[in-house]
Design a protein around this ligand. Structure first.
Ligand code: ADP
Ligand code: MG
Length: 884
């Protein structure tokens, strides 16, 4: 066998990670204290019950040129200045106390600048007890009746807990009682005034679900960490300045004013990898008052040490540890189970940290400066640890957390590494002076909130049936009752026996026989023994009776239990049925829900479709309306137009009827004239033709005229024999003189109602030209009527000169044409007509017509006899003239 040599302690395996994966973030709360009377400017505002807002004080704002703006910080909960200690406890510490009672660890610390209210929050003052006294009170209110006898639980100095037998515990108690004169359980009345009225009875809290079948014991420790040294505030040294010890010789070892600096303690790791202060005093306390008294003792010691060593308390961390040991009662429910493995120890750590300011608030010189540095160092380590933890958790890294760099963090290691609930109350003073420090506090607090700690798991319960304590108590009561019954009401002896029974047998008298004549001792002894025998008999009887009774009770209980079990079974069956029914209903509900969803969906789609159609309908209706309107308009337009057209048509019809009538008349006239002219020409031609062959032969009149008027034709104008005939123009002026005219007016002429009529004086009026008339005259005029292109009748006066032919006949040479024209006063119709002929011909209407007649006349007149050209013609280029 190889024995391990005593070298360095081998490194223990890494602490077992808790099996549960559930984690909770560190609960960070913020408490704002009221502004002090001397402070004026406030730089913190509570916005909601989770958020505060910091705004830079006026001076800072001016200096930093607006660099500091308002910042908000959120916490699990924010407690404003009006928050009472009770309210704070209820939210922050009560759950931790409940956890403690249910075997779970907790850590609660206050953090903040000096003067921000950390101590007020943790400890409080008379009438305003803080979290610590309230936690102690709640613990004792909860476990009070189930506490084990003093010394049944005994710390093993390795952070563990042992269980002692009742006897050993009794022995320890007797030992302590002989050593100290301190009253076992101080009452509220004799408490130090400092702790009087910390908590009013009506504010008392009690945890639920306390296991009555366990026995409990509370142990408290109180340490101070200053300058990275740990001091035990409850250590009772022989030189305790508060309680001076005396040596055996009866003289004090030291004078009580002489102060001995306390020895610092070291941290150790127990077998469960939990850190503990080695050799630290753990005082078992049985009541709130006793616990207060112990705490007060530690406080006093701390104060004296600080005064003596000229230390500043604001730079030390104070740690108050409440340990709760609990173990199940044995099967009888009478004693604590004598099994160390069944002992559970949970602890609640209440820490009032040093002020978080970067430099000492008062003097910082020499050794004090060094201390200040150390204090800063430990808080700095705390910050670093939190930062690394956060980083590891958030980024999945495995960086080493420097817990060992300071005592405080090293002590807290288990909480962050193992399991437990961690809570922090960040205290802030809203005064302007603290602003910059408060900002740092806020940042740390925010970061801390992001760290998660494994949630403590529930401990398995021991294998014993529940309700043991109660049964045991009931049994004891029953026994007492029965014994009382048995003893009878006024039996003095049995009273004694009873009382003896309850304690033990009476002691035997001295049995030493002084001599042969001693006749007192033996009879006394016999008497005593007889008494004992009697008692024994009685007890046996009692025992049997009780046993029988118990048997019957048990049987009764058994049958009770059996029937109860049957009932339970029955109920279970029913429950199963109900469950099935519920399941069916659930399925049905699910199905219906699905269906309803489907239908909803369909409805939605239909709704959408309806909307689309509705929209279409609206737009179509709109279009229809507009079209109808347009149609209406068009119809009325059409009607108007029709009416107008009707008017125009009737007008035009009337006009055209008239016009047609007139034209027909005119045409008739023209045709007649033309006929006549043709006749005339024919006659002339005949005359010309016949002139050469048969002179003096009577020309034939055209058949028509012959019927009417048979006179002979005088003569046809003959061709000019030599040179062109003299053609004096404009001889009308002369005509009025000595000239004589043949006025030829055919009978077909219509008698026009005109004013201007050709009236030639001395003229021989003929309806047909005759030789006789022509021979007497030298001028000839033919009045010729025809229809002009505008439908009016125009009269032409065709003038000619009469001269004698060589053959002795008469000939006429036409020289001039005058036109007389009657016009309608309606210019519109004329204009329209003229427009039809085209603008080029405007100004010279009817030219075509008379030109035609004139040409024919000219041809008739100028044809020469014997021309080898045959019937030819010659233009004379007579100027055309119109009569206005
Ligand atoms: P710290 O421990 O942080 O240095 P203290 O707890 O000693 O601060 O508080 C400083 C002073 O402010 C004390 O006089 C305390 O009574 C007072 N104080 C702190 N917090 C409050 C509060 N919430 N309500 C009333 N007074 C308070
Ligand atoms: Mg303080």
């Amino acid at each position: 066998m190889i024995r391990q040599t005593k070298v360095k302690t081998p490194r223990r395996p890494a602490p077992k990670k808790p099996s549960n994966t559930q984690k909770d973030p560190v609960g960070v709360y913020c408490r704002v204290r009221p502004l002090g009377a001397e402070d004026e400017e406030c730089c913190i505002e509570v916005i909601s019950n989770t958020t505060i807002q910091l705004h830079a004080p006026d001076g800072l704002k001016a200096n930093r040129n607006g660099e500091y703006k308002e910042t908000q910080y959120s916490f699990k909960k924010v407690f404003g200045i009006k928050t009472t200690q009770r309210e704070l406890f209820e939210d922050v510490a009560k759950p931790l106390v409940e956890d403690l009672i249910h075997c779970k660890n907790g850590l609660l610390f206050t953090y903040g600048v000096t003067g921000s209210g950390k101590t007020h929050t943790m400890t409080g003052s008379p009438g305003q007890g803080g979290l610590l006294p309230r936690s102690l009170d709640m613990i004792f209110n909860s476990i009070g009746p189930y506490q084990a006898k003093r010394f049944v639980f005994k710390p093993d100095d390795k952070n563990g807990m042992e269980v002692q037998t009742q006897v050993d515990a009794l022995l320890d108690r007797q030992k302590r009682d002989s050593q100290t004169s301190v009253p076992k359980t101080p009452s509220r009345r004799i408490l130090d005034p400092e702790f009087a009225d910390m908590i009013s009875p009506e504010e008392a809290y009690k945890a639920d679900g306390v296991d009555e079948d366990s026995s409990y014991s509370v142990f408290v420790s109180y340490i101070e960490i200053y300058n990275n040294y740990i001091y035990d505030l409850l250590e009772e040294t022989p030189f305790d300045p508060i309680k001076p010890k005396w040596n055996g010789a009866g003289t004090p070892l030291r004078h009580n004013t002489e102060f001995i600096p306390p020895q610092s303690k070291i941290l150790r790791e127990d077998q469960n990898h939990n850190m503990y202060v080695a050799g630290c005093t753990e005082v078992e306390v049985k009541s709130t008052e006793e616990a207060f008294e112990v705490f007060w003792r530690g406080q006093k010691k701390r104060r004296i040490a600080n005064t003596q060593l000229n230390r500043e308390s604001s730079r030390s961390h104070s740690v108050f540890i409440i340990k709760l040991a609990q173990a199940p009662l044995d099967a009888d429910g009478d004693n604590v189970l004598q099994d160390k493995n069944q002992v559970n120890v949970s602890q609640l750590c209440l820490v009032d940290l040093a002020g978080s300011e970067r430099t000492s608030r008062t003097r910082a010189e020499g050794s004090r400066l060094r201390e200040a540095g150390n204090i800063n160092q430990s808080l700095m380590t705390l910050r670093t640890c939190i930062e690394v933890l956060r980083e590891n958790q958030m980024c999945g890294m495995n960086k080493m957390v420097p817990y060992r760099d300071s005592k405080v963090t090293h002590l807290f290691k288990n909480y962050f590494d193992g399991e437990g609930k961690v809570r922090m109350v960040v205290c802030v003073n809203p005064k302007a002076d603290d602003y910059e420090e408060t900002l740092l506090v806020m940042r740390f607090a925010e970061m801390t909130q992001e760290v998660e700690v494994a949630r403590p798991v529930d401990r398995p319960i021991c294998g014993f049936a529940a309700g043991r304590r109660q049964r045991n108590q009931a049994f004891k009561e029953e026994l007492t009752h029965r014994l009382e019954e048995r003893g009878g009401p006024v039996d003095g002896e049995s009273q004694t026996v009873l009382s003896q029974l309850l304690q033990s047998f009476p002691p035997l008298p001295p049995c030493e026989i002084s001599g042969p004549n001693d006749d007192v001792t033996l009879p006394k002894l016999i008497e005593a023994l007889e008494k004992r025998h009697k008692i024994r008999q009685m007890m046996i009887g009692e025992y049997n009776k009780t046993a029988n009774m118990l048997k019957s009770i048990l049987q009764e209980q058994d049958s009770n239990v059996l029937s109860k079990e049957n009932f339970i079974q029955e109920q279970r069956g029913k429950l199963g049925e109900k469950d099935k029914m519920i399941q069916n209903q659930k399925n049905e509900i699910d199905r219906l829900e699905k269906k309803s969803k489907m239908l909803e969906y369909k409805i939605e789609i239909l709704q959408k479709t309806t909307n689309i159609y509705e929209e279409d309908k609206r737009s179509l209706r709109h279009e229809l309306e507009s079209r109808e309107q347009r149609l209406q308009r068009e119809v009325s337009d059409k009607r108007r137009m029709e009416a107008r057209m009707q008017g125009i048509v009737t007008d035009a019809k009337l006009k055209w009827e008239k016009e047609c009538e007139r034209r027909v008349n005119a045409k008739q006239l023209e045709m007649q004239n033309k006929l006549w002219v043709k006749d005339e020409k024919l006659k002339q031609l005949k005359a010309i033709v016949t002139e050469g062959k048969t002179e003096n032969r009577q020309p034939h009149r055209p058949s028509r005229e012959k019927d009417k008027d048979p006179p002979k034709r005088s003569a046809s104008p003959s061709p000019v024999p030599t040179g062109p005939p003299v053609r004096p123009l404009h001889r009308r002026s002369h005509s009025a003189g000595g000239e004589r005219w043949v006025d030829h007016k055919p009978t077909t002429n219509v008698d026009l109602d005109t004013v201007m009529q050709p009236n030639i004086p001395n003229a021989i009026k003929v309806t047909a030209p005759s030789e006789k008339a022509l021979s007497k005259c030298d001028k000839y005029v033919l009045t010729h009527q025809e229809v002009a292109s505008d439908g009016e009748i125009q009269t032409k006066l065709i003038k000619g000169e009469v001269f004698k032919t060589r053959g002795g006949g008469q000939a006429v040479q036409f020289t001039d044409i005058e036109t007389l024209k009657q016009e309608s006063p309606i210019p519109a119709s004329r204009k329209r007509r003229s427009a039809e002929t085209g603008p080029a011909q405007e100004g010279e209407p009817m030219e075509g017509d008379w030109t035609d007649v004139e040409t024919r006349c000219s041809v008739a007149v100028e044809m020469r006899t014997g021309s080898n050209l045959g019937p030819g013609y010659q233009h004379h280029g007579y100027p055309k003239r119109k009569k206005p």
